[in-house]
Design a protein around this ligand. Structure first.
Ligand SMILES: N[C@@H](CCC(=O)N[C@@H](CS)C(=O)NCC(=O)O)C(=O)O
Length: 215
């Protein structure tokens, strides 16, 4: 199976995770960020992730892909429960995470940004949502202080390093991609349980962290 992605895309990490968790081989194809024709040709929308299924048809929507691949694996199904406190944590961090992450995405040599046109496309599109990249970078300290407070709330909710809710579950599919992408922020300090969780999930899912490239 082929999975079309951007490396920085949290929804794509969801899809990448299930292949790693279930030990299913797949081919990852990272599209240029300004390539509209390829995704529109496959699912009628300029959006990733896109899975090319074994029958050659295409599927969008990360959670549909996760559940489809999980079903194919035949190794049981991920627990669907999302604890309300985890959902509340996601909602809170979602409000500002992109302000820390997206201005940095174009600075670390990711394959979806291999051309200047792809970088320009991303900057133009994302600045409409989060405002000027440079201004957000200058506000790093403030956002990082807020994030560190929110990570302290997550810390006691981590039941195991290899499963937020005590076993692999949809909570991991929702939370790990955000934490992985936040490792792009230099100065990020993860509390011990969260740190162990991020390291272990990266290993199990085969989704590398950005720690070494943090800016
Ligand atoms: N609901 C979709 C959302 C996917 C999504 O928003 N993907 C982003 C990348 S993170 C995208 O392709 N956006 C279009 C763009 O960046 O031009 C899913 O869960 O798969």
């Amino acid at each position: 199976m082929k999975l079309y992605t951007y490396d920085h895309c949290p929804f794509c990490i969801r899809a990448r995770m299930i292949f790693g968790l279930r030990g299913i081989p797949f081919e990852e194809v990272v599209l240029l960020n300004d390539d509209e024709d390829t995704p529109i040709g496959m699912i009628g929308a300029k959006q990733v992730p896109i899975l090319q299924k074994p029958d050659g048809s295409h599927m969008g929507e990360s959670l549909d892909i996760v559940r489809f691949v999980d079903g194919l694996a035949g190794k049981g199904r991920l627990k669907e429960e999302i604890r309300p406190e985890i959902q509340a944590w996601l909602d809170k961090v979602d409000e500002y995470a992109n302000k820390l992450i997206q201005p940095r995405d174009v600075l670390i040599g990711l394959p979806e940004f291999a051309t200047q046109a792809a970088i320009d496309y991303f900057v133009r599109k994302k600045e409409q949502n989060i405002g000027n990249f440079e201004t957000n970078l200058l506000d790093t300290r403030r956002y990082l202080d807020g994030l560190h407070a929110d990570l302290a709330v997550l810390e006691p909710l981590v039941k195991r390093a290899d499963g937020l809710n005590g076993e692999w579950s949809m909570e991991d599919i929702l939370v790990f991609p955000i934490l992985r992408n936040l490792t792009i922020v230099r100065g990020l300090q993860l509390p011990p349980n969260v740190q162990a969780y991020v390291a272990e999930m990266s290993k199990i899912t085969n989704v590398p962290l950005y720690t070494d490239k943090a800016v």
